[in-house]
Design a protein around this ligand. Structure first.
Ligand SMILES: Nc1ncnc2c1ncn2[C@@H]1O[C@H](COP(=O)(O)OP(=O)(O)OP(=O)(O)O)[C@@H](O)[C@H]1O
Ligand SMILES: [Mg+2]
Length: 143
């Protein structure tokens, strides 16, 4: 069985359409009958809000918890933290807690592979040629 394709929408510049592109690509693929997992990696949680979660800070589990568990090697139940949108899109949401994770990662070994390692644990659930995982990356611009 072929693996899900992974697409990352990322740009250092703000306000260039990262969230809008991710949301619409995800919805378009879902409308074509494909399973989609969107991973919000922006502490603003704009994608999380756009998909109907008006108060991301009230969510009990987000991508920050998933990353923390990955760092600590803690076991997570299948699909931990993933929300299921009625229109066929899965979402791993984000909120302001992710801002703290950026600083915490500085001292973490192999920090560059945490997300890759996480995606490899969920990729099997999206394991057919029709499925795409999208992630959106927020990169603060050091000025
Ligand atoms: N293709 C497009 N054509 C016209 N307007 C667009 C397009 N894509 C996005 N926009 C508009 O541009 C603005 C910024 O888009 P968006 O929030 O997706 O950017 P972003 O890169 O995610 O921003 P941020 O860095 O703040 O997360 C929004 O008002 C959005 O409606
Ligand atoms: Mg955005």
């Amino acid at each position: 069985m072929s693996k899900a394709e992974i697409t990352c929408i990322s740009n250092q510049k703000g306000g260039v359409g990262k969230t809008t592109t991710t949301e619409n690509l995800g919805i378009g693929l879902a409308q074509q009958g494909k399973r989609v997992l969107l991973i919000d990696l922006d502490p603003q949680g704009s994608l999380t809000i756009a998909l109907g979660n008006q108060r991301p800070d009230d969510l009990s589990v987000t991508v920050t918890d998933v990353m923390r568990n990955m760092i600590e090697g803690a076991e997570m139940p299948e699909g931990y933290g993933i929300l299921h949108h009625p229109e066929g899109i899965d979402l791993l949401p984000a909120n302001i807690e992710l801002a703290g994770m950026e600083a915490a990662l500085v001292n973490v070994m192999s920090r560059e592979t945490i997300l890759k390692d996480y995606i490899s644990t969920v990729r099997k659930n999206y394991d057919n040629n029709e499925t795409i995982i999208l992630s959106i990356l927020y990169m603060p611009c050091p000025t």
